[in-house]
Design a protein around this ligand. Structure first.
Ligand code: ATP
Ligand code: IP8
Length: 239
């Protein structure tokens, strides 16, 4: 069982609002289509969710009580989800959407309904989730990143392999060399935010989220997706 996140920085042009990078998305979808193991796909917000969330001042911690804002962010993510599910379908992947606004809530932690996901997996489908806006106790609604969904899903579906495909070939050190293994995020000085509009914390939040996971996870670039899916550990492994 594989849990795979397709980063918003690779499936969209993050600098240009609501632009899908169709060429890269199709390429990634074909690689997923060649995978031999069952998998759950999660995708990020890229130039869809992040721009809308930023405009409304919503992040992983700052909530909104505006139903307009929730509808707008969720609708933008719905468009991107349609594009991802569609690209996977064209690559003969039996992809079906699962939308976290209707399947998750936050209090101290994230509570994701896994029964619908497990039910689809058992029947041979590939559920496709995405970073979204979700109800958050006492704060209205906040953004749940695709990375946080990956961290919730991996133990829930007992993933053997967890991978995040993003716009860089791995986590860089201060001299732009890819770090092979990270066991303690506090010991990595180079971790920063995204260089594009991003309300969920970029690489620093990604590594922190994965370090709290009970199993290793790989962060790698587009060129390494097929290698990851065939069992290798490209890029950076966070343990
Ligand atoms: N030490 C680092 N190594 C690599 N990238 C870093 C580092 N510090 C900050 N970054 C930034 O983090 C970005 C990756 O995080 P980002 O959240 O944008 O990726 P994503 O998950 O693909 O996108 P999305 O959040 O839209 O799904 C890189 O493109 C880079 O700009
Ligand atoms: C901004 C939204 C709605 C989703 C964020 O998910 P991420 O791109 O995985 O951080």
């Amino acid at each position: 069982m594989i849990v795979l996140k397709l980063g918003g920085s690779v499936i969209t042009d993050k600098a240009s609002p609501e632009t899908v990078d169709e060429t890269t998305l199709d390429r990634l979808a074909r690689a997923v289509g060649d995978a031999d193991e069952p998998l759950v796909v999660v995708h990020g917000g890229g130039s869809f969710g992040h721009h809308h969330a930023d405009r409304h001042g919503v992040s992983s911690t700052d909530g909104t009580r505006s139903a307009d804002a929730i509808r707008e962010i969720h609708a933008a993510m719905g468009q991107l989800n349609d594009a991802v599910v569609g690209a996977l379908a064209r690559a003969d992947v039996p992809s079906v959407p699962i939308r976290p606004l209707s399947a998750a809530t936050r209090d101290e932690g994230l509570d994701l309904s896994v029964a619908p996901i497990r039910g689809l997996l058992d029947e041979g489908f590939v559920p496709v989730l995405h970073g979204d806006v979700v109800g958050h106790a006492g704060r209205g609604a906040t953004i749940v990143s695709g990375d946080a969904l990956v961290a919730a899903l991996a133990p829930a579906v007992d993933a053997d392999r967890v991978g995040l495909c993003t716009g860089v070939p791995g986590v860089y050190d201060t001299e732009d060399r890819v770090i092979e293994t990270i066991t303690d995020p506090d010991s990595v000085d180079s971790l920063g935010a995204s260089d594009a509009t991003d309300v969920t914390g970029g690489m620093a939040a990604k590594v922190e989220t994965l370090a709290a996971l009970d199993r290793p996870a790989s962060i790698f670039g587009v060129d390494d997706l097929s290698a990851f899916l065939s069992g290798e550990r490209p890029g950076t492994t966070v343990e």
